[in-house]
Write a protein that binds this ligand. Sequence first.
Ligand code: PMV
Length: 342
Amino acid sequence: MSTFISSWKSPSNIALVKYWGKKPTGIQLPANASISFTLSNCTTTTKLTYTEQETLAIKVLLDGDEEPSFVHKIEQFITRIAPIFPFVKTGRYLIETSNSFPHSSGIASSASGMSALALCICDIAVEKGELTENNFNRTASELARLGSGSASRSVFGPMGEWGKHNDYAGSSDDYAIGYDDIHPVFKDYCDTILLVHKGQKTVSSTVGHGLLDNNPYAEARFAQAGKNMTKMKAILKSGDLDAFIELVESEALTLHSLMMSSNPYFILMKPETLQVIEAIWKKRAEDGVKWSFTLDAGANVHFLYPQADKDSAARFIESELKQYCENGAYIYDEVGMGAERV
Ligand code: PMV
């Protein structure tokens, strides 16, 4: 009965072309392809101590304190990945995890958390001779996807692409691929996450994805996302920031319009979300800055700008945007290179 130990630090990511809606068959397969910036500062660090035994036992420590509420999610994850690595079905798991961002920040830890755990399991699979280094990242991404779709993209930097799309060579619905055919401006692009509302979301993304099944706009959306992936590829290569702004903001608002056109309908934005967006638009109209926003499935705003504008954007955040953040809180982040073994 051997013990295996692995530790990984994995980042969050922010989608530019969004995944919203799953294929009707298969487990956690995306209705359309998506692409994201991998972040650097918002990370989850996870240490897995796995001991072989004949039954399954899971203990999770979050920042050193036992967190029984995570166990069910991990059991479900283990059931989903067992067809790939049958050994996972039994064993004693001690999962020690911590996030670099506050728990109550409203930032989802599923992408960073699930990818970190998937990477730890892949390390153990390598040690057990069930996985080769050649297939390591791809398999880790596939496992991460089975935990949380967007987690598949966190394995890679500076960008992750997930979902079969003819313009992205090697792309697959099963796992994400790293994407770096990008203009230098995007390699260290900044994303300051304005924490407009730190509370729990009223509708989870699992429920939100499911509501696309009878959303009358779903098919049109999936077709649009495919076209936007084609446009995004050219934009990322050329560094055309005007085209970038238009596409990224349209994607963010489309995501939220799908929520508003679901049955039952729902809104995850808060009044401050719109106030931040308006302030960014006003600044752009007045000063011609190439600053934009995107949103994930929540009220927080991801404020996007080139690294060269870091100082002026910081002043703008302090003077104009901070007032709309809960307790004035925001998290500075930028594009990063993906998960790291620790
Ligand atoms: O990975 P999930 O199931 O939490 O879904 C993520 C959905 C969005 O964050 C809204 C978009 C995306 O592509 O990350």
